[in-house]
Design a protein around this ligand. Structure first.
Ligand code: SF4
Ligand code: MSK
Length: 647
């Protein structure tokens, strides 16, 4: 397959060619070698939960229709799906737990490099948690908030505290159907119990518990991660930066952070500016230290410090292939095991930093909050000293680097729509009500070599904004669209419908708003709740003219995110289908019946334009249900499209 068929990103195409030339195996080669991929796995009908198996159901109805224990395709598919939710919710939530732990250490003075950067947000969370802040120091409040946040993970009874932020009607519905999470860890453990051999055999019952667990991610673990990160590292504000492999610099020491957690990377930013290290870099013949990121660690330090992004998930090996990276340090999640072999083809040092993520034979410098700055400096020093080992003849850095604006949040995103001085969702609601905006959509998630890299994100988002749908993004999807220039205000003139264009030009925002990393999908839940709260668009999230999508998803975290959006009332389209189609009942349940139960449902559609139109149709239906008038300028667009077709 040609590089142009692998990715739409020209910088990535260049590096794929380099990999071919240098005979270095990368993700697309391994994906080719894996063909044909296991059909039983794709349909979700293989089970290896106990050692009477592994079992598999014959999808053609000719062979076995149950496992050795008698489990049907419905049970097997639902169990596998629930375990994927558990994996995703666990990853996000463990991230949240670590941030809460850091907050506590900072409050107790045990992690001196961390300060409370947003005391106002801390107080707001204290209020939600029921902490009396009167006459208390910020540190004392932080300590109490940290303790409560940590206790949310092990809580056995009651309800998670953040569910109170959902619209009243939504919370009542969750209570009625018994899916309000009690404790974050509890719901994840219960998935593992229910899906053990011989426990829950009712696919609907299994999925409903999956919903309880994913809500403990979105309205629990992920929300703890986002909110407490804002408290510790500062709530982002809109900020300009650059994206794509061209951000790597030929004459600088290039250091890449990759993974998800901001705890170390935030300190790495500070350490990379340390005069002693900069001096050392100069002594090595470099002009300085250039920090860039991959995946969501990148999004975290982009949002708060404007650090450039080298690329998204499928570019992690390609960054190494530039031959210009002295050091890649990784924390947790989405870190390909293949990095060990790709870095071994260059001078690049790979360093793991989390006790949860090690590679055989790879240097591990364990991160400890108590000594954060010293450890960050030690890691950067390794990179700086490695500059002399760079083989200049093998350096090839693509020129692509594109401007973007990131740093939108629940607090600031719509302040802009209301003018600079008002932090209110009213103008946004009014724009939807008067039809200048059709609605809003969240387009999030990963890359996946099953789909041409970045193509689905970009095509879908362009189609949505063309139809006056304001798009909010997180994760690798935001990076994909940033690389194509969609995250700058000027993009509105080129790609957006006239209504969205008017709004973007009036307030100077891009038509596509970057709201952060994977855990920051929790910001979207709060944005949706705020829109409901401000009125005029129904009284539940499921009433809103909105939709969600993960067009190139690949991780279990994406499944958990998808489920918590559906469980919050959002119609959500996934690109490649989830591995459920081996059970017609489970497929029908999550893509159809669930809507009658919880107000949201899934659809699977690989074609991003068709998927965008499914979202637009859903938004239009919600507009109609709300008795909203027509979308402004719709007839102009129809005319323009007709003219384009005629010419
Ligand atoms: Fe087979 Fe049942 Fe064991 Fe799964 S739990 S491996 S279906 S016997
Ligand atoms: S990093 S989970 S590939 S979005 Fe958050 Fe990207 Fe998906 Fe990882």
């Amino acid at each position: 397959m040609k590089p142009e068929d692998r990715t739409i990103d020209t910088a990535s195409q260049e590096m794929i060619r380099k990999a071919e030339k240098e005979n270095i195996e990368i993700v697309w080669d391994r994906h080719d070698l894996m063909q044909p991929q296991c059909g039983f796995g794709q349909l979700g009908i293989c089970c290896r939960i106990c050692s009477m198996g592994p079992c598999r159901i014959d999808p053609f109805g000719e062979g076995p229709q149950t496992g050795v224990c008698g489990a049907t395709a419905d049970t097997i598919v639902a169990r596998n799906l629930a375990r994927m939710i558990a994996g995703g919710a666990a990853a996000h939530s463990d991230h949240g737990r670590d941030i809460a732990h850091t907050l506590l250490l900072a409050a107790e003075g045990k992690a001196k490099e961390y300060k409370i950067k947003d005391p106002e947000k801390l107080k707001a969370i204290a209020n939600i948690f029921g902490v009396d802040i009167k006459d208390k120091t910020i540190e004392k409040i932080a300590q109490e908030v940290g303790e409560i946040a940590l206790s949310e993970f092990g809580k056995q009874h009651g309800e998670l505290k953040f569910v109170e932020r959902a619209p009243k009607k939504r919370l009542e519905l969750w209570r009625k159907i018994g899916v309000v999470p009690r404790g974050i860890d509890r719901e994840i453990v219960e998935i593992m119990h229910r899906t053990h051999i011989g426990v829950d055999n009712d696919y609907k019952n299994i999925i409903l518990h999956g919903i309880r667990a994913c809500l403990s991610d979105g309205w629990g673990g992920s929300m703890v991660a986002t909110e407490l990160s804002d408290v510790l590292f500062g709530t982002p504000e809109p900020i300009r930066s650059k994206v794509n492999l061209g951000v790597l610099k030929e004459d600088y020491v290039n250091i890449i952070v990759h993974g998800h957690e901001p705890t170390l990377s935030d300190i790495i930013v500070e350490a990379s500016r340390d005069p002693e290290l900069l001096e050392l870099a100069k002594k090595q013949g470099a002009k300085g230290i250039n920090l860039a990121g991959i995946c969501c660690t990148a999004n975290e330090i982009l949002m708060r410090h404007g650090i450039s992004i080298a690329g998204n998930f499928l570019q992690q090996e390609l960054a190494i292939l530039t031959g210009s990276v002295e050091l890649m340090l990784v924390d947790v999640q989405c870190i390909m095991p293949a990095l060990a072999s790709v870095t071994s083809c260059y001078h690049t040092k790979l360093i793991t930093t989390s006790p949860k993520c090690k590679f055989p034979g790879i240097t591990h410098i364990e991160f400890k909050e108590e000594k954060a700055f010293d450890i960050a400096k030690k890691i950067i020093k390794e990179g700086v000293e490695n500059f002399k080992n760079r083989n200049k003849a093998r350096v090839e850095i693509p020129k692509e680097e594109v401007d973007l604006i990131a740093g939108f949040t629940t607090e600031n995103a719509f302040k802009f729509l209301g003018g600079k001085y008002r932090s209110t969702y009213k103008p946004l609601n009014e724009a939807i009500i008067n039809g200048r905006l059709r609605g809003a959509a969240g387009v999030v998630g990963c890359n996946n070599p099953n789909i041409k890299h970045d193509s689905a994100h970009v095509a879908m988002v362009k189609e949505l904004i063309k139809h006056d749908v304001l798009v909010v993004q997180t994760g690798c999807s935001a990076i994909a669209c940033a690389k194509q220039g969609l995250l700058i205000p000027e993009a509105a003139f080129q790609y957006a419908g006239k209504g969205l264009q008017e709004i973007c030009s009036a307030v100077g925002i891009p038509p596509v708003l970057h709201v952060g990393s994977c855990v920051d999908n929790s910001r979207v839940l709060i944005i949706l709740s705020e829109i409901v709260k401000h009125g005029g668009l129904g009284d539940d999230i499921s009433d809103l003219p909105g939709a969600g999508a993960a067009p190139e998803w690949m991780s279990e975290k994406a499944i958990s995110i998808g489920f918590y959006f559906v469980a919050s009332g959002v119609f959500t389209v996934f690109g490649t289908p989830m591995p459920v189609q081996g059970s017609a009942n489970v497929t029908n349940y999550i893509t159809n019946e669930l809507e009658g139960i919880i107000g949201g449902k899934f659809a699977f559609e690989v074609d991003p334009i068709k998927a965008a139109h499914m979202m637009i149709a859903h938004i239009d239906k919600k507009r109609k249900d709300l008795n909203l008038g027509p979308v402004m300028y719709e007839s102009d667009r129809d005319e323009k499209e007709e003219t384009q077709v005629r010419s």
